[in-house]
Design a protein around this ligand. Structure first.
Ligand SMILES: [Fe+2]
Ligand SMILES: [Fe+2]
Length: 134
């Protein structure tokens, strides 16, 4: 396993935690494919899944916090857009044959981004969920 969800990553909202676990499992699936020497197909599946699921999860999160007084909405949405752009650009690189057989840089970057985004950025909208705007 490349990356594990750990309790310190919990934002205290079950549905969001389970979406974060799904994002981690998409990255672990890529790692499994690499170990099984199935890099090309693994990357194809990875980009399709990661782009789809990030779209889904980011939209869900934004819908949740847009209805609150959370003050960092715009910066948070911008961080999501930057990640989506990174994934699309990485997929383009892959499709143009510009990605190594072992996409370590991509994986390490995504792992770090996920941990940091969940613990530093996602965590900050959580207190506002308990005081939704009426
Ligand atoms: Fe987020
Ligand atoms: Fe998130």
């Amino acid at each position: 396993m490349f990356m594990e969800w750990f309790p310190e990553m919990s934002v205290g909202v079950d549905i969001i935690d389970s979406e974060h676990k799904k994002l981690i499992s998409i990255l672990n699936d890529l790692h499994d494919a690499i170990i099984a020497d199935n890099v090309k197909q693994g990357l194809e599946v990875f980009f399709a899944d990661a782009i789809n699921y990030c779209d889904y999860h980011f939209s869900h999160e934004e819908a949740i916090f847009l209805g609150t007084d959370y003050p960092d909405k715009a910066a948070h949405i911008a961080a999501h857009q930057t990640m989506k752009k990174y994934l699309m650009e990485s997929r383009n690189k892959f499709e143009q044959g510009q990605m190594n057989d072992f996409p370590e840089e991509l994986m390490v970057f995504l792992k770090g981004w996920l941990v940091n985004h969940i613990q530093e950025t996602d965590m900050k909208y959580v207190p506002y969920l308990r005081h939704p705007k009426v």
